[in-house]
Write a protein that binds this ligand. Structure first.
Ligand code: GLU
Length: 497
């Protein structure tokens, strides 16, 4: 089995296309097949090297490695269409010589008028066939004299094109609605429908899995396979990814590209897992599975026909699952750009990262995506007793908890840092004995004092993070973090002052 993903480098990688790439990858990996990556950059005006680079990076980030293709090589290269123009020309000449293609000299304005005329009569706007009957010798002579010409495919008349699509079942088109498509434009570049056939055939592609938007291109492509005498691949057209309003997922729905989801702090394994579930299910009610397991279970025949509606809530659920599984060191590294944006960290040293590996995971366990981390970690890097007490509710609560607050400041002054849960709990116990309070009346004031916030992470995790951060003393690429003792003293002073 040989499958391919063939993006056009004309922008960011859309999640719909990423899902197409993923389905190809899952199929290849699940069946020992080969996954080929081809770049379809014959739209010279819209293709850019930056877009190509970004798409490759996004695929790698998602974990979709390819066995053959750009930057990898292989026996069927080159894998960039702009480097294969000679191949397309040679094969077009073959069709010309057999009369299965012909040169067309119709100027663009003429074609535009034809189109307009057909539309006005309510007819499908297909090429009228004006140049179909120019004798080959005359056409060649005109082309040799420099008259601009395209090469068109001579679509056989009165034919039904029928094929079995793995996802959509039997699909039937009449060749009569297909105008003779352009194979090679007058500038020598191939048209998509032609290049894709030449490439898929010469690259030995056995299964073409792509978006449903290409369904109507398939009959033209099948007729080309037939003209060349090549066996066609199996086709599977997967439904498009839709937004909540059932329109194709686009900018107006929010994030659409893999790069945007990445920037918001979705983990690659979460996005890949979620995209796999869009239109397919691993069965047994299981949904959260690592990509290798998804590949093991993936069956193209089980991909549903109905469109996949992108569900951000579900993606968040999947992401939370993987955030909880992620290694602390990884989360620490991933958090850095978000914390840098707040000015809280610079380039953290090993010690700085070790601190983040303690501080970030409890916060990461309570967010949908990494970009929400700063909100959960503000208590560490941006503590201010006065700002906390500017909040009326906090002030009122603090006023009525002076006993706890004073006691806490006394307990912490001169004591060892509360680097673990046990040490922190021992202080809570002593305060309980001192005040006779327990539960929320005891713990809530402690939270207000130590975090400056009325809610947040579990104190068992937050307090050791504060103390570890304070030990860095502003070194290690991490902004200075006041210790628990310092917080208790400043808070008491602010309350009394
Ligand atoms: N370059 C085409 C696209 O990005 C590929 C279509 C295909 O897979 O045949 O839509």
């Amino acid at each position: 089995m040989r499958v391919r993903f063939a993006p056009s480098p004309t922008g960011q990688l859309h999640v719909g296309n990423a899902r197409t790439a993923l389905f190809n990858w899952l199929l290849a990996r699940g069946s020992g097949g080969t996954f080929v990556l081809r770049i379809e950059d014959t739209d010279v005006e819209r293709s850019t090297p930056e877009s190509e680079r970004a798409i490759l990076e996004d695929l790698r980030w998602l974990g979709l490695d390819w066995d053959e293709g750009v930057e990898k090589g292989g026996e069927h290269g080159p894998y960039r269409q702009s480097e294969r123009l000679h191949v397309y020309r040679a094969h077009a000449v073959e069709l010309l010589s057999r009369g299965q293609a012909y040169r067309c000299f119709c100027p663009p304005e003429q074609l535009e008028m034809d189109r307009y005329g057909a539309l006005r009569q309510g007819l499908p706007p297909k090429y009228v066939g004006r140049c179909r009957t120019i004798p080959e010798r005359e056409a060649r002579a005109r082309a040799e004299r420099g008259e601009p010409a395209v090469i068109r495919f001579r679509v056989p008349e009165g034919r039904d094109v029928v094929f079995g699509d793995v996802v959509r079942g039997e699909v039937r088109f009449s060749s009569d609605v297909i105008g003779d498509p352009v194979l090679i434009r007058s500038d020598g570049t191939p048209a998509y429908n032609y290049a894709v056939v030449v490439d898929d055939a010469l690259m030995g592609i056995t299964h073409v899995i792509r978006g449903e938007d290409h369904l109507s291109n398939t009959p033209r492509q099948l007729l080309l396979y037939e003209a060349f005498g090549w066996p066609p691949p199996l086709f599977a057209h997967v439904s498009l990814v839709l937004g909540p309003d059932h329109g194709v997922l686009s900018k107006r729905h929010g994030a659409t590209s893999v790069a945007e989801f990445r920037a918001r702090g979705y983990l690659p394994e979460a996005l890949a897992n979620y995209l796999a579930l869009l239109g397919w299910s691993p069965g047994d009610g299981e949904e959260l599975l690592p990509i290798d397991e998804l590949a093991r279970r993936f069956r193209l025949e089980h991909v549903g026909r109905s469109a996949g509606v992108f569900d951000v809530e579900k993606l968040a659920w999947v992401n939370r699952h993987y955030l909880k599984l992620a290694a602390p060191e990884r989360l620490a590294r991933l958090a850095v750009p978000y914390l840098q944006r707040e000015g809280w960290v610079g380039e953290p040293s090993d010690a700085g990262l070790a601190f983040l590996a303690r501080a970030v995971p409890p916060a990461a366990g309570s967010v949908d995506r990494l970009e929400q981390l700063p909100d959960r970690l503000r208590f560490l890097f941006d503590y201010s007793a006065t700002r906390a007490l500017d909040d009326e509710t906090i002030r009122a609560e603090a006023e009525s908890a002076r006993q706890v607050i004073g006691g806490l400041a006394e307990e912490l002054t001169g004591s060892a840092p509360l680097l673990d849960r046990e040490t922190f709990r021992a202080v809570v116990m002593r305060l309980r004995d001192r005040t006779g309070l327990k539960g929320r009346p005891l713990l809530h004031p402690i939270r207000l004092v130590l975090t400056g916030e009325a809610e947040g992470l579990e104190l068992d995790a937050a307090v050791p993070a504060i103390e570890l951060g304070a030990l860095l003393g502003g070194e290690g690429g991490v902004r200075r973090i006041p210790s628990a003792a310092e917080r208790a003293v400043t808070f008491r002073a602010a309350l009394n002052g």
